[in-house]
Ligand binder design. Structure first.
Ligand code: GLN
Length: 244
């Protein structure tokens, strides 16, 4: 009987250690994989893109497995705060407002909010957005700026960029405000759309990490620094954003 008890105890301990070990060895990233070239689902149903590759390189430096969870952009900060993901990497702009709820890593890329319109649109500059129906992705900086500048009644929210573009194509909105690299991808994939030359806002992208996880913030920044210095980040970006 004593032997059996010892065996059960040993097994329980083994499983406990195994569970802890695997939890520590996995780094969980949250993203919204409808944001090419930063994150998108490829033909083999894998989440790929600049952010996915940077995260994989960071995880490798930290000796961890990377797991990617796909969710709505608007849920990412809550997921970081609740600990259901370790970090969000989603072409996410650093803002003072967001800094109230999460920490941001060092920045790894620049984003620009641009305006997509149908060819021949009367909208020629950002000022022309006044009184127009503007499509945005819910909770993004494009959403926040347009709501502030042009009023909530003129802003239509969509769960992701592809849905906003579909609404633009069937005339439900007059324009879409979105980040420049996804914009280029959407315009390339959809005939009859153009990007305005005037930029709406220039921003920095960074990873969002829980305020309770200072250790991951430091490790992430250290890995990022090494990956910038050895050219890995530039190489990943160049792979997805060919020089014009
Ligand atoms: N850069 C924008 C933001 O952070 C949009 C990001 C995204 O849609 N993935 O709000």
């Amino acid at each position: 009987m004593k032997k059996l008890l010892a065996l059960v105890l040993a097994l329980v301990m083994l499983f406990t250690f195994a569970a802890c070990g695997s939890a520590e060895k996995t780094l969980v990233m949250g993203t919204n994989a409808t944001f090419p070239p930063y994150e998108f689902v490829d033909d083999n149903n894998n989440i790929v893109g600049i952010d996915a590759e940077i995260a994989a390189a960071v995880a490798e430096k930290l000796g961890k497995e990377l797991e990617i969870k796909d969710m709505e952009f608007d849920s990412l900060l809550t997921a970081v705060q609740s600990g259901s993901i370790d970090f969000a990497l989603a072409g996410m702009t650093v803002t003072d407002e967001r800094k109230l709820s999460v920490n941001f890593s060092d920045t790894y890329a620049t984003g620009i909010q641009v305006v997509i319109v149908p060819e021949g649109s009367a909208i020629k500059t950002v000022d022309d957005l006044e009184g127009k129906k503007i499509g945005v992705q819910t909770g993004t900086t494009g959403d926040i700026y347009c709501t502030d500048d042009f009023g909530q009644e003129n802003v239509k929210q969509y769960n992701n960029g592809a849905l906003a573009i579909a609404a633009l194509k069937n005339g439900q909105v007059d324009c879409v405000v979105i980040d420049n690299e996804p914009a280029k991808n959407f315009v390339k994939a959809n005939e009859g759309l153009v990007i305005l030359k005037t930029e709406y806002a220039v921003e920095d992208y960074a990873a969002a990490i829980s305020k309770d996880n200072e250790e991951l913030l430091n490790d992430f920044n250290q890995a990022l620094k090494e990956l910038k210095e050895d050219g890995t980040i530039d190489k990943i970006i160049a792979k997805y954003i060919p020089a014009e």
